[in-house]
Design a protein around this ligand. Structure first.
Ligand SMILES: [Zn+2]
Length: 235
């Protein structure tokens, strides 16, 4: 089999429908499902937080659940902002799971990382519906090697990474043009499908269009607008 897809919402739905027809059961990362063909839908939200809800809604309309990882310290969005808190609440209320997307490169060592994520969890879980699950942002090779983080579910643990077929759209990879996905389907293997909302839009965009559209949508001139507003207020 082969799917003719692009990075449009219609294609994302088509892909999910193909997995349902092939007997996949979606399960949250960290849950122990009994399904023969498990489907771990995972999303890392690196930049485009506004693209999260449309994908979550498509999944929800098909009775699928997914795990969403948000950066606690992103330079583009703020998980403490009212807008994003509302988005996260909506995603959670559809039965999806929320976790932390961790950039391990900013820590001196493993201990410092685990201490920090514990503190972040204590703080963020006081107002966000997050679970103790994490995925790594741009992981160094050693982080892909079934690293155990006490009291946490790591999305790169073997159950969700090396023991399943792992398919990802990282770097805007058109994974439907490769064999991996079809191998999982044809050989009845469990699957982790990682997608980033940045790539997926109402209509599939070229890289140039995507750059322009996303900058406009998320606001490259946020600082400018803020200063303009502040200056006005205090002048
Ligand atoms: Zn990432």
């Amino acid at each position: 089999m082969s799917l003719n897809l692009d990075f449009s919402y219609i294609s994302y739905e088509k892909l999910l429908r193909a997995l349902i027809v092939n007997d996949y059961m979606s399960i949250l990362i960290g849950e122990n499902g009994e399904a023969a063909k498990k489907l771990y839908l995972r999303h890392d939200v690196d930049t485009d937080y506004l693209g999260a809800l449309p994908l979550a809604e498509i999944e929800n309309s098909l009775d699928l659940v997914s795990t969403w990882y948000f950066l606690p310290d992103c330079s583009v969005y703020n998980v403490c902002s009212k807008n994003l808190m509302n988005i996260i609440d909506k995603i959670y209320s559809q039965g999806h799971q929320i976790g932390l997307h961790v950039d391990a490169s900013q820590f001196r060592n493993f201990e410092q990382m685990t201490e920090t994520i514990e503190k972040q969890y204590t703080y963020f879980s006081s107002f966000l519906p997050i679970s103790k699950t994490l995925s790594f942002h741009k992981p160094a090779p050693w982080l892909l090697n079934d690293v155990s983080i006490p009291t946490w579910i790591n999305a790169y643990q073997k159950e969700y990474y090396s023991e399943v077929v792992y398919v990802s759209d990282s770097n805007r990879r058109e994974f439907w043009k490769e064999d991996r996905l079809y191998t999982a389907i044809n050989e009845n293997k469990s699957l982790t499908l990682l997608t980033h909302p940045l790539w997926w839009k109402e209509a599939s965009l070229t890289s140039e269009e995507l750059f322009e559209y996303t900058c406009k949508l998320l606001g490259t001139d946020v600082v400018g607008a803020y200063l303009k507003e502040t200056c006005k207020r205090y002048s």
